[in-house]
Design a protein around this ligand. Structure first.
Ligand code: ZN
Length: 145
């Protein structure tokens, strides 16, 4: 199995069996996101204590890329501080827009192929923009346009 095939398998697995899916009742940050280009809709729930993301969940409907990306994001940012979240946000954005790995992106690397499909970049980044808005208590629903 090539690395590319392995990444495809991991993406499929996360889209079919998303991790941390469902309402987080004790969340203290919440935001909705909408990508009208594709129809992806997501809600991100975060429990943040003293600047640390203690728990994070999401729910919503969307394409395989948007669901897999949100699933991978929840695994990647749980336990991270807000500055570490920002660093990973920037690294992920570079990964899916330019296909380049800056810093340690861990399992998020499986989404590098998205950079070859510019129309899918918004599917992959919707959850990240929504999580950022939630953590910053931005009161406005995130729109990717
Ligand atoms: Zn999508």
């Amino acid at each position: 199995m090539s690395l590319r095939e392995l990444y495809q398998e991991m993406l499929l697995d996360h889209s079919r069996h998303p991790r941390n899916f469902g309402v987080l009742p004790y969340a203290n940050h919440l935001q909705h996101g909408h990508n009208p280009l594709c129809g992806d809709k997501i809600t991100v729930f975060c429990l943040e204590e003293n600047g640390v993301i203690k728990d994070v969940h999401f729910e919503g409907v969307g394409c395989a890329i948007s669901v897999a990306s949100a699933s991978l994001m929840t695994e990647a940012i749980k336990g991270k501080t807000i500055p570490d979240f920002d660093t990973l946000f920037n690294a992920f954005h570079t990964l899916v827009t330019e296909g380049k790995e800056i810093g340690d992106v861990g399992k998020l690397a499986v989404l590098a192929g998205v950079s070859e499909f510019p129309v899918r970049v918004k599917c992959a980044t919707l959850c990240w923009h929504t999580a950022k808005a939630a953590l910053m208590n931005n009161p406005n629903t995130v729109h990717t346009e």
